[in-house]
Design a protein around this ligand. Structure first.
Ligand code: PLP
Length: 395
């Protein structure tokens, strides 16, 4: 089987090639916050560097207990025995799709890897559009029709993935949308996989994130990790929380089996440091606060500029992405030989060393691009100083 490199990682590799050739690069493709490892986390990791044994397949008990506390503080009761720790949430999502079997509904647009992973397991994604402003959740009314239709054609649709908050749009779906999604999933007997990796990166203090696990606890698996909120993508640390139901226990055993055959256990020193992170000491809570405020400030400034340049883009409420549609510039871009988001991404890379990801990779608009927000986008502007100060504050 020949599997193409995921679009987000391919752009990283293209940038790396340019960097090695001494060419300028502006990495706005790959999804990570440009913040250093917090000193308390560096300390926690080095304090556990002597652990050299494999850990239990489902993760260290102390880490799962800390994760239960993390979820409990977000009003999601969690049983440490119904969790699996993985080397990032991405392999956990793959393990879930493998264990679930059958086809899976994914929102359009949505993160590049859901559909690709589904195909790797031999399944087919069923794309269901999200409503405007409700990114990450297949529109509940359309979900029912799409699943019924797919089933009538003999397809075995068993699950639906949602992303709250969303990548690529950065929206936080409303309580009503999430609740209706949960109801429809129950009617259709679908397992919900709720990818909540951006949960802690809501930019303001008033927007609430609602998980489908609040409304359909018996059928919702929640995944999260440390890659985004604490900028620890390279630590490869993810968690899955399974429902306390017969189906949840069966799925937990299935993913544990996959884990045992694929990664055995995540890095033990990282698991110890992750247990510290998930106990959420004050300095790490402050760090996550700083990150979300910083990305909110960059988002507002960049959205204003794009909008005044004729590309209206709704300000994201969370995470660190923009998903503008360059359709209004089509004539201007055509003059440069650019007629699609993919060509625009190539043009930006070749002309400016700017890495972005074409919107089509997210099953989105043909003229869309996903752009990671970076403070460097504000160089020379009024907001730059404010952002630099926010980024530099460290207790
Ligand atoms: N889910 C979404 C929506 C993401 O954007 C990403 C990373 O870009 C992941 C999951 C994977 O994160 P991890 O580093 O935990 O594997």
């Amino acid at each position: 089987m020949s599997v193409p490199v995921s679009a987000t990682l391919a752009i990283n590799e293209a940038l790396e090639k340019r960097r090695r050739a001494g060419l300028p690069v502006l990495p706005l493709g790959f999804g990570e916050a440009g913040l250093p490892v917090h000193p308390a986390l560096r300390e926690a990791l080095s304090a556990h560097g002597h652990h050299n044994s494999y850990g239990p397949v489902t993760g260290l008990p102390e880490l799962r207990t800390a994760a239960a506390g993390y979820w409990q503080r977000r009003a999601l009761p969690a049983d440490p025995d119904l969790m699996i720790v993985g080397p990032g949430s991405k392999p956990l999502l793959y393990g879930l799709l493998l264990s679930l079997g059958g086809d899976v509904v994914v929102p359009a647009p949505s993160w590049v890897s859901y559909a690709a992973q589904a195909r790797l397991t031999g399944a087919q994604p069923v794309h269901v559009p999200a409503a405007p402003g409700q990114g990450g959740v297949p529109q509940p009314e359309l979900l029912e029709t799409a699943v019924t239709q797919a089933r009538s054609l003999g397809r075995d649709v068993r699950s639906v993935i949602v992303t709250v908050p969303d990548n690529p749009t950065g929206t936080v779906p409303s309580r009503d949308t999430v609740e209706r999604l949960a109801e429809v999933a129950r009617e259709l007997d679908l397992v919900i996989v709720s990818d909540e990796i951006y949960r802690d990166l809501v930019h303001d203090d008033v927007t609430l994130v609602h998980s489908p696990a609040e409304f359909a606890p018996e059928r919702t698996v929640v995944t999260t990790g440390l890659s985004k909120n604490l900028a620890l993508g390279g630590w490869r640390m993810g968690l899955a929380r399974f429902p306390d139901s017969a189906a949840g226990q069966q799925l937990h055993s299935g993913v544990a089996g996959v884990a045992s055959e694929i990664w055995s256990s995540p890095a033990t020193p990282v698991q110890h440091a992750a247990a510290f992170a998930l106990s959420e000491p004050d300095q790490l809570v402050e760090r996550v606060d700083r990150s979300r405020r910083l990305h909110g400030a960059v988002a507002r400034a960049v959205c204003d500029r794009l909008t005044s340049a004729g590309i209206p883009v709704p300000t994201p409420q969370a995470a660190f992405y923009l998903y503008p549609d360059f359709q209004p510039w089509r004539e201007h871009l055509a003059a440069h030989g650019v007629t699609s988001g993919a060509e625009l991404a190539t043009y930006l890379l070749d002309s400016y060393g700017m890495g972005t990801v074409p919107g089509a990779e997210f099953e989105g608009g043909d003229k869309a691009l996903r752009i990671r927000l970076a403070t460097s986008m504000l160089y020379g502007t009024d907001e730059a100083e404010q952002c630099a100060a926010l980024a530099a504050e460290e207790p």
